[in-house]
Design a protein around this ligand. Structure first.
Ligand code: ZN
Length: 231
């Protein structure tokens, strides 16, 4: 299956935002600058830009999905619980009679524009094993912070001519193959090692090197990060 590198049409984005009421499907985040569209079947696997293959999530939850901390099963359940996608046909099609087309086959409780959302549980709790980084909230958040920094830098790199937009999943897969565990399931003893690995990856990006030559720091240390949180 060839990779899908097509941009998501605005109209499709709008449908997916409407379906999710412009909130993260997992944590309810509504800050639009944090919201992203997740491909349920990944682009790398040829997943399409069909609205049924897209789920509105925030950056944080997107990271959890890509890391496998939110399972594919949970993603699909969540997508189903959002109800159908309503395609509003453009005005010029009104002559054809029915101008609302419901698709998706996910809920029977939908009558035309009267959309019922059966939203189930709002939050997804993940139980990490004892001693895993995911159990220690400060450490987990710091790793998440580094992952996000790396992701942002890689995206900045595409502005400097790097080929394709970078996806969260890639760094989590790199981590998994190096540490033999999913990111937040890695034992806490390896926290420093994981942080060092991520810092190395950040420093090696084009943006990271530019910052270094300009004397701009690429990330906070764990101690600085905790101070910033508590200040
Ligand atoms: Zn979220």
């Amino acid at each position: 299956m060839p990779r899908n590198d097509k941009p998501i049409p605005r109209k499709t984005q709008k449908l997916v935002f409407q379906q999710a009421k412009s909130r993260c499907s997992f944590c309810d985040e509504s800050n639009v600058s944090l919201l992203e569209l997740h491909h349920i079947v990944s682009r790398a696997d040829g997943g399409s830009n069909d609205p049924h293959n897209l789920l509105l999530v925030c950056k944080n939850c997107h990271g959890l999905v890509e890391a496998g901390d939110i399972s594919l099963e949970e993603v699909m359940k969540k997508k189903q619980s959002l109800g159908a996608i309503i395609h509003q046909m453009p005005k010029r099609d009104e002559g054809k009679g029915n101008n609302v087309n419901i698709s998706g086959g996910v809920s029977s409780s939908i009558v035309a524009n009267n959309l019922t959302i059966n939203n189930g549980a709002k939050s997804t709790r993940i139980n990490y094993p004892k001693g895993a980084i995911g159990v220690n909230l400060d450490k987990k958040n710091y790793i998440q912070h580094l992952v996000k920094r790396y992701y942002d830098f890689r995206n900045a790199d595409s502005g400097y001519g790097a080929k394709r937009p970078f996806h969260y999943g890639v760094i989590h897969k790199n981590i998994e193959s190096k540490f033999k565990a999913k990111t937040y399931f890695i034992p806490e003893e390896r926290f420093e090692e994981l942080a060092t690995y991520l810092k190395g990856r950040i420093n090696a990006t084009i943006q990271g090197k530019r910052n270094k030559s300009n004397g701009v720091k690429n990330y906070s240390t764990f101690e600085e990060y905790l101070d910033e949180l508590n200040s």
